[in-house]
Design a protein around this ligand. Structure first.
Ligand code: RIB
Ligand code: CA
Length: 316
């Protein structure tokens, strides 16, 4: 299951997931984030159509954050969320069901502990899922989340976009002790870049390569001479866990309304066992055995996966 807000890097995540033999994408759910939720649904449907996968259902979820509506943000992903590239219209209208119910149904149908959820947009749908269907937590094998920033943010100096867009949802999800979480944060994903030479390789390898390359070329996020495909690293790490190094961590999210709203506060090891001589309740790492956070990546291995598997996703 992929919960997303396409989004340029979300688009490459879908392609990589569909082209990965280890993964079976049963449904795509969308949430307001990079674009309004209806645009996200349209983009997801058109991307699945481009990959020849009209069989994969798309369901729209939350149109806004749990508690507060996020302020407007720069159109980093282009005016339509896909770098301004207009993809062919999809033939399927998409599921009329709410994303949370589609996620819940997939968990009911999957054998216990066998469904991985990739959450690569704001966590509103996931927070609603855990709150409305707590009995289904045992059917979640792992929740792999792109989000959070240790150090500088990308939407504010201290906050990463997915968490900033709905900090209350992020706090609800990231502090749930009953779900196995792999958090892939910004200071790792911003290094998961592709450059023009990689786009030219993609153009040579698949008939839709130029469309996909132009989606990236319309993407305003840049790092170290390339375009960071944050979400695609999270999806790739599901197919190939050796792609990232992880450590146990505890996370708290600033859900205030000040300048640090959406900041993720991370502790790897408590300074003194059980000590928390400050005013917010940082839980002891022993409780946080369920949360692993990515601390490093193999970027060349990531690029190879991307350039091999996205062409493989395009059938016919
Ligand atoms: O901060 C990166 C995240 O925000 C990615 O999910 C990207 O798609 C944007 O939504
Ligand atoms: Ca995203």
């Amino acid at each position: 299951m992929v919960d997303c807000d396409p989004g340029v890097d979300d688009a490459f995540s879908l392609g990589l997931a569909l082209g990965s033999p280890e993964l079976d994408v049963r449904a795509v759910t969308v949430v307001a984030g990079n674009v309004p939720v209806e645009q996200a649904r349209r983009n997801a449907s058109r991307l699945l159509h481009l990959f020849g996968r009209d069989d994969v259902p798309v369901a729209a979820g939350a149109a806004r954050g749990l508690i507060r509506v996020k302020p407007p943000h720069p159109p980093v992903h282009g005016r339509n969320g896909l770098g301004g590239v207009e993809l062919p219209e999809a033939e399927t209208a998409g599921s009329g069901e709410h994303a949370v119910e589609v996620l819940a149904q997939a968990l009911r149908e999957g054998s216990p502990g066998r469904v991985t959820i990739a959450a690569i947009g704001p966590l509103t749908n996931i927070a609603l899922l855990l709150s409305l269907h707590p009995e289904l937590k045992t059917s979640i094998e792992r929740l792999v989340i792109m989000g959070g920033a240790i150090g500088t943010g990308n939407i504010t100096p201290v906050a990463e976009f997915n968490v900033w867009a709905d900090p209350e949802a992020a706090q609800r999800v990231l502090t749930d002790p009953e779900v196995a979480i792999c958090l892939v944060p910004l200071h790792v994903t911003r290094r998961a870049t592709i450059r023009q030479e990689h786009l030219r390789t993609l153009e040579r390898r698949t008939r839709h390569g130029t469309l996909l390359a132009n989606i990236v070329r319309g993407y305003g996020d840049r790092h170290d001479g390339g375009w960071p495909l944050h979400d695609a690293l999270a999806l790739a790490a599901i197919a190939d866990p050796a792609l990232i190094d992880t450590r146990s961590a505890v996370i708290e999210v600033d859900t205030g309304v000040g300048r640090s709203r959406g900041q993720t506060i991370c502790a790897f090891d408590m300074p003194i066992e059980g000590w928390s001589g400050h005013d917010f309740p940082v839980r002891k790492p022993s409780i946080a055995a369920n949360l692993k956070m990515a601390v490093d990546l193999d970027v060349e291995r990531f690029r190879t996966m991307l350039l091999d598997r996205i062409p493989a996703a395009i059938r016919g």
